[in-house]
Design a protein around this ligand. Sequence first.
Ligand code: ATR
Length: 302
Amino acid sequence: MSAEPVHTLADLENWSFAGTALTVIGRPVAHSLSPVIHNAALAVMAETAPEFSMWRYFKFDIAPEELPRALKLFHQKNFRGLNLTVPHKALAIEHLASSDAFVKAAGAANTLTHTATGWSGANTDNYGLSAALRQDLGLELKGADVILLGAGGAARAAAIECLRQHCNSLWIGNRTQPTLSALVENLKSLAGDIPVHGFDLTSPPTDLPANALVLNATSVGLKPDDRAPIDLQKIARPVAVYDMIYRPPQTALLRQAAALGLPTANGLSMLVHQGARSLEIWSGANVPVDVMQAAALNAAKP
Ligand code: ATR
């Protein structure tokens, strides 16, 4: 657990900091590893570029109804950048001065950058996913058959990244069917000729593709006694299993995958790479991803 203090909207009203401030905002946010990861990188960056010794990454607990006021104040108080986590990624959209194409497609932003006219929104979760799959599993989304579990915000961003990278096919499983149908329908305009199928996670079909990459974007596994969201034996020899959950580090899904001898990785690398990309955007500098990875691993230890 990070010892970084958790600040509030009341702290922000009276905020004063002489250096360059960055922060993650969310609710809950106490568990966030982002300050530890970013401050570790900034300390190393400051060794060769002293201006970064004046940069610091904070943590703010902000309720959804506080978001409009908070975004105004963060801007007035000259914060350089904000990372958004649950539940703000979609809520912030209407308060942005500009946003990139991915934010528009995903309806979610996780990285806001200070500009003269307001906040500019980007989404680095997509980059984080591709970079994590490459680093941990040596896999590219391009050409892959992907079985994506979940149809919430995280799954939606992952699905768009799969399509953007030209996966071969996308199979999305979810428990609640109306949510799934809405996502599948919505993705069709982005899919071009890539087939996008929906299936019921509670009774997976027998024709799921063989040699697929399985991505878990449900929240099933966050609680230590959660069962796996799907029985991997229902899928013919997946090429690998990636779980976006990193705490606990091994979910029931990853345990089953390991028992079946499949390559596995958890979401810590995705957290690190999305963070590294955010810091690159804010600093315009090269960011030490290895330092961020080591800090994340250390901080995530149970
Ligand atoms: P996030 O922003 O992390 O994606 P979310 O939008 O709340 O969070 O989405 C959570 C996902 O986990 C959804 O796909 C949800 O499925 P439903 O649409 O059926 O709710 C899935 N999920 C959560 N609890 C689940 C459970 N017990 N069994 C199966 N899926 C579950």
